[in-house]
Design a protein. Structure first.
Lengths: 441, 441
């Protein structure tokens, strides 16, 4: 994400023409084409857009694109202006509100498209947040910081570790809740990671994202953020969780357990769902409704901080015709544990079984989950499952494949040997293993 | 699947004792333990069961397990009996009914557990079917054959080809509908495969499976099979489709398009769902209700048979921290096309992009789908997506990752070069690319 400047998205002869006249994105320009002259703000362009167009926003708010071959002249009228109105000053903190940190790791929610130019810019000081979403000042005594600004597909286990360590510092620093803004692509993985690294924390740790950026009328950024701050500052439970729209409307935000949540739609606002579980809470019309029992209470004395994730775990989704050699390749590359995402109740082709057995004998952990997503692995029903169990594969019940991968990355960093990895993987840590009665089909 | 015989599941000293007295599964035996004698049928055991128990079914229908250390003596009373009642003779065909083939490839629906011994046996002559589900004789003039008896996780692209070729023979042989019984684990993949190999067929081709075996009171085998035969024999449309329970109750069976269906629960009877689409039909209380327009009509003149699947396609699910080297490993192993199952709108880590670009330049096809399952890839929204498009990755819209993999396996067998693969992948063949208006989030 870059502040709008330069000639983002322009290339070739169009770029050269704009450079010649010293025009930059956000400048007011006049473009003469044929018999007409158009005056407006020079807009940023996507890299893949046709490079032969100059795009300006007219005073009526519409954008027009003018083909470079029609352009007779471009004149720069005025340099990019500062926004006409300065953001309002930060409202004074109200007494008695809980101290909540909003920490940004990147993603759509932490950015906004500059409505004037189409450029994307980060907006993540507490002042920014409060100017965009003034309601927040009634909910919490807010602080904000940027940990990093990454598209979430670029996060790795070492980033999970960094986030966990920063949250631990915030806990020790007296914050009463932490909100983590995060790209939605891999938010479920990161929420699972913090669930294992920060066990029974004393305060809520709430991930939040946006499916639609805040320049769009359909944006979910503000409503999700308000709900996340509400949960972080006021929930009676202290769980690692994800707060996102529960359905298409703005009035209900679901709060999902960090180990149970999955992004199940590419674009809809209610993309996040709890799998094989109910959301642990909802924020309905601004009111928090707890929806689960036996949650870790705020102020829990049992907090234990167990950072560290290994990069030697892998997740392998099986499909018909998959080459079993991929397992050996991973082990030869140094991987020490593999989560299989099998078919149905937890199966892979019989041809995998001798290889899996051999690798387990060499000390590699194999755990089984199901690509069905819903339901639970049950490897005692069919011969293939029983053979895999005999070979030493650990059935991970109804653990999500993604959560199982994250947990394995964590377990490999905390266990001394294969037996300990197995034990950790089968130990309930943060609600990742379901209650059998809930998921019966 | 094996007919019950021998000492399936018994091992160690328990097995030796049974062998000594010549007892086999299904035999009537008497076991003396302590002061008591138990008489009943010797039951098969799962391989993983505790090996130190002898299990018999008592005359009251209950099974008991007797620990080997308590067993004083085992006596064989009588050899395994034939079932007391022969199956009823096949009812005569009713005139005017459509000629339907039920072809078995394996799976739960094609097997039944012998209620006497717990062993699994195949039951797939037309006589067997009609004796189990006599209603079928009112729906179609039934024929049945076993193509193979495989757990569906063991199917590969070459099995898809075999099934396709056999169905083509049946079409040419004058059948008016084909039902394919199939293990549910990979039924979606096989249904997609036949959708590409048998384009605009003149008759319905209906996959059917069972989530619960027919010995269980909750079995869905009979109701699914009745609906599948109904669709095969009587549907006005001729599509490759999957007929399975629409919800927990027996009265509604959903008919899913072969390219749109996914197993979304490990065990529930309504595990199969159409993704980003509605079912094309339902069978409600025995009546067929068509639910989609523009279906390929029965008797279509446009049938084209295009068999052939390449084993050089791969499906790779991305996750945070995934090593990009896996792509090179696959290409070095001879793979010529890779479907990426990216995050969100179709993303992978930026570190993948230079490698992907390089491999595309070497002639490898890369297609992008989303692990969100619902919704569609849209790679023009974020920088990562745009960079991947620039590198030459083909965005596969709302195609299911599994369907995209199957289609790529098919396309690689039918295209001369990378450009042709791209063109085939983006050409609508069997409803695999959705109608944009349907899936808006």
């Amino acid at each position: 994400m870059s502040i709008n400047e330069g000639l983002q998205g322009y290339s070739g002869r169009t770029r050269r023409l704009l450079e010649e006249v010293g025009a930059e994105i956000g400048d007011e320009v006049e473009v003469r084409a044929g018999e007409r002259a158009y005056r407006g703000i020079l807009m940023a362009r996507y890299e893949l857009a046709d490079p032969d167009y100059v795009v300006i926003k007219l005073p009526n708010g519409y954008n027009i694109g003018i083909h470079i071959s029609d352009v007779r002249e471009v004149r720069k009228i005025a340099s990019a202006k500062k926004p006409r109105f300065a953001p309002p000053p930060r409202p004074p903190s109200k007494p008695g509100l809980p101290k909540v940190m909003v920490m940004s790791t990147g993603g759509t929610i932490a950015s906004r498209v500059d409505y004037r130019t189409g450029g994307v810019r980060a907006a993540m000081t507490a002042e920014d947040l409060l100017s965009i979403v003034p309601e927040l000042s009634d909910i919490a005594d807010l602080d904000a910081k940027i940990l990093f600004s990454l598209f979430s597909e670029n996060l790795t286990p070492s980033h999970w570790d960094e986030i966990a360590k920063e949250v631990d510092r915030l806990i020790r620093g007296g914050f009463e809740g932490v909100v983590i803004t995060h790209g939605t692509d891999t938010m479920g993985y990161s929420a699972a990671a913090l669930s294992f690294a920060l066990q029974k924390p004393p305060i809520p740790i709430v991930f939040v994202g946006a499916q639609r950026s805040s320049d769009r009328p359909s944006s979910d950024a503000a409503t999700n953020l308000i709900a996340a701050v509400k949960v972080a500052g006021h929930a009676p439970f202290a769980e690692v969780c994800v707060a996102m729209h529960a359905w298409h409307s703005d009035n209900v935000i679901a709060v999902h357990r960090g180990t149970r949540v999955r992004k199940l739609h590419t674009s809809s606002r209610d993309a996040f769902k709890s799998v094989n579980a109910e959301p642990i809470a909802y924020v309905m019309d601004g009111e928090l409704k707890v929806n689960a029992r036996n949650l870790n209470p705020r102020g829990s004395d049992d907090y234990s901080f167990k950072p560290g994730f290994s990069s030697k775990a892998a997740l392998v989704k099986f499909y018909p015709g998959m080459p079993a050699e991929i397992l050996e390749f991973l082990v030869e590359s140094g991987y020490r544990g593999i989560i299989l995402e099998g078919t149905g109740l937890g199966h892979v082709a019989s041809s995998f079984i001798p290889r899996v057995r051999q690798l387990i004998e060499e000390g590699v952990f194999f755990g089984m989950t199901s690509q069905c997503i819903y339901g639970r692995a049950n490897m005692r029903v069919y011969e293939t499952g029983r053979d895999l169990l005999k070979a030493g594969v650990v059935s991970l019940d109804d653990m999500l494949p993604e959560t199982a991968y994250v947990k394995l990355s964590w377990a490999l960093a905390h266990a001394g040997d294969l037996e300990e990895v197995r034990e950790l993987m089968l130990t309930q840590i943060a609600g990742e293993i379901g209650n059998r009665s809930m998921a019966s089909g």
